[in-house]
Design a protein around this ligand. Structure first.
Ligand code: ZN
Length: 280
């Protein structure tokens, strides 16, 4: 099956239901499927146009930007068209740079727990981040990724004290189902730490050209503060933004959350490891 036959096209004049709050999503714009994150960093196009447009909508209630264009994709389709042999060109830091930076950030933020708490990297790609953390003395850190290491699912069964997930949330269409998959892997007393860029204050004027909207990278769900708040409220979780693109969620009363939030020195230091933005 060709990409053009799998991409869903909807009427731009009809609102689409927000996958998080069911509010009305108004048409926000469309981009060629080939637009990638790397384009913003190198200041040039990475892939030629496909002529296949991916439509994005923005919820009028919670602000979530989402696309229904991949609604008919199966896991196999995501592997064939997005997470395929040419994916790395869309996101070169995926291989080494981001796992290295994230491992340094976790070392600063969670280093006090390296011998005492079980950790899981959910959506951890090839498992490099977990390997780097083990090299830094983290004794119980596992990695699970349905696309890159489907055979690691058993490693993620015993719930972890800390589940982290970097550059994952924005790739997942059904955010509520995502939490249904993640939360059983976290102890009730634990925390979920994840990265995703939040929409800037001037998102309406930036519109569809906001750099983080990148169909070729599989960016499907782009959050606002309000959409994250709605998501976690629905699942009975508390949450907080730690840095511009790093966030944390937990169940009320979590002692692990309390210990992390009380270490203001580590929190401040961790903020210096945030993901880079493209040149302006
Ligand atoms: Zn919404």
């Amino acid at each position: 099956m060709q990409l053009g036959e799998k991409i869903v096209f909807v009427n731009e004049g009809e609102s689409q239901p927000c996958p998080i709050c069911a509010g009305a999503g108004g048409y926000f714009g469309a981009l060629d499927f080939a637009i990638s994150g790397n384009d913003a960093f190198i200041g040039a196009r990475t892939y030629p146009d496909t002529g296949i447009m991916v439509q994005y909508f923005r919820c009028g209630a919670c602000g979530l930007i989402f696309t229904p264009s991949f609604n008919s994709f199966t896991a196999e389709d995501f592997k064939a068209f997005i997470y395929n042999d040419t994916y790395l060109a869309a996101d070169p830091p995926f291989v080494e740079e981001r796992p290295e930076r994230d491992s340094q950030m976790i070392d600063v933020l969670l280093g006090n727990f390296r011998n005492s708490l079980r950790m899981l990297d959910y959506g951890g790609g090839t498992g490099l981040l977990a390997r780097k953390l083990r090299a830094k003395g983290f004794t119980d850190v596992k990695s699970y990724d349905p696309f890159y290491q489907p055979d690691t699912v058993a490693d993620s069964v015993a719930p972890a004290d800390i589940v982290f997930s970097f550059e994952v949330v924005e790739h997942i269409p059904d955010q509520l189902a995502m939490l249904d998959d993640i939360m059983p892997r976290m102890k009730p007393d634990g925390v979920f730490i994840f990265s995703t860029q939040l929409q800037p204050a001037d998102i309406v004027s930036q519109g569809i050209n906001w750099w983080y909207i990148m169909p070729r990278n599989g960016h499907i769900s782009l959050h606002s503060s309000a959409s994250l708040a709605c998501l976690f409220r629905k699942k009975g979780l508390m949450w907080r933004t730690l840095t511009q693109d790093l966030h944390m969620a937990w169940y009320d009363g979590s002692r692990v959350a309390g210990r992390i939030l009380s270490d203001t020195v580590a929190l401040e230091k961790a903020g210096t490891f945030r993901n880079p933005l493209p040149p302006t």
